[in-house]
Every structure is written in structure tokens, then in C-alpha cells.
Design a protein around this ligand. Structure first.
Ligand SMILES: CC(C)(COP(=O)(O)OP(=O)(O)OC[C@H]1O[C@@H](n2cnc3c(N)ncnc32)[C@H](O)[C@@H]1OP(=O)(O)O)[C@@H](O)C(=O)NCCC(=O)NCCS
Length: 145
């Protein structure tokens, strides 16, 4: 059974492992605890039969703006609506926090993620040249709530 919920302290280690497996960026593990402690409302996980299969981390950047920093679903569980379910719960949490706009950046080469966000109602804003450490470009995307 799929369950989407806020992260708890005991979930952090599996989240770090999933981020390492599925995302190209190499994050300092301590930042996951920092996100959990500073804005747990924006840190959501997807559990299937008590196994972590996805997570989303967002932060509040202004009184009424939030930014999605990471979204990841385990490779074997993609195209099953998990990413959509995480995002839906995140948007609901943000609405309850008077957030009116969601922003994010995504690699221009990450076609799957760009398609995913467009399907979820995000609009492409601009191309950000050399946005990532390895020199790759990003698209900035936005969605109003
Ligand atoms: C992007 C990601 C989170 C999507 O999660 P997901 O659980 O597979 O997404 P969903 O099943 O909810 O997809 C919903 C819709 O988005 C679109 N979509 C999702 N993945 C897609 C892909 N690889 N190619 C094209 N469209 C895609 C489709 O329209 C899909 O609907 P459909 O399956 O009925 O056609 C997942 O592919 C992932 O973890 N990728 C690696 C990490 C990453 O790139 N994160 C985003 C940048 S931080």
C-alpha cells in the first residue's frame, strides 16, 4: 500500500541512500537533517509496504513562495503516479502555509522531469546557463497555487 507522509527522523538515512542512487548531485548528508529540522512540512516521503520509494524536499523561500529542491522516485517504481502523489501532497501542504507560488529548476537534458512538471501545470520560465556545478543548463519553472 502506498503512503505519502511527512518525513520522520528515522527516514533520513534511507532518503540519503535513495538520493545517492537516483540524483546526479552529490549532497552533503547533513543537509537532509537540516531540511527536516528547518521545514518538515516541505519534506515528504512515499512508502510502499514500509519501504521508501520516493521523496520530495521543498523549502519556503519567501512569505508566499516555495522552491522544490529535490524530487526522486526509485527507478523500479517510476510511471506509477508516485511522483504525482508526492507533488500533490506538497502543493496541499504549501497551500496551508499561504504559499502562492512554487518554483524549481530542472536540467534541460532531463526530458522526463520536464515533461512531468509540465503535466503537473508548471510553466517554463527561462533557460539558466551553466546553472549546475558541471556546467549544465537549467530551466526555471513555476506554478501558481
Ligand atoms: C521525475 C520523476 C520524479 C517522475 O516521477 P514518476 O513517479 O515516475 O512520475 P508519475 O508516474 O507521477 O508521472 C506522471 C506523468 O509525468 C510524465 N512523465 C513522468 N516521467 C516521464 C518520463 N520519463 N518521460 C516523459 N514523461 C514523463 C508523464 O506524463 C506521466 O504520466 P503517464 O505515466 O501517465 O504518461 C522520476 O522520473 C524521477 O525520480 N526521476 C529521477 C530524478 C529526477 O529527475 N528528479 C527531478 C529533478 S530534481
Amino acid at each position: 500500500m502506498l503512503k505519502i507522509r511527512r518525513v520522520q527522523a528515522t527516514d533520513i538515512f534511507p532518503v540519503i541512500a535513495l538520493a545517492y542512487d537516483t540524483l546526479p548531485e552529490r549532497y552533503n548528508p547533513s543537509i537532509f537533517n537540516q531540511f527536516y529540522e528547518s521545514f518538515p512540512e516541505g519534506f515528504l516521503i512515499a512508502m510502499h509496504n514500509h519501504i521508501l520509494i520516493g521523496f520530495l524536499i521543498g523549502i519556503k523561500t519567501t512569505m508566499n513562495t516555495a522552491r522544490i529542491l529535490m524530487l526522486s522516485v526509485n527507478e523500479n517504481n517510476r510511471r506509477q503516479g508516485i511522483g504525482s502523489a508526492l507533488l500533490k501532497k506538497f502543493l496541499l501542504e504549501m497551500k496551508n502555509h499561504q504559499i502562492r507560488q512554487i518554483e524549481l529548476e530542472v536540467r534541460t537534458t532531463n526530458r522526463g522531469a520536464v515533461e512531468f512538471y509540465i503535466k503537473q501545470g508548471f510553466i517554463l520560465q527561462e533557460k539558466l546557463h551553466h546553472f549546475y556545478q558541471n556546467g549544465e543548463d537549467a530551466y526555471s519553472m513555476r506554478k501558481g497555487l
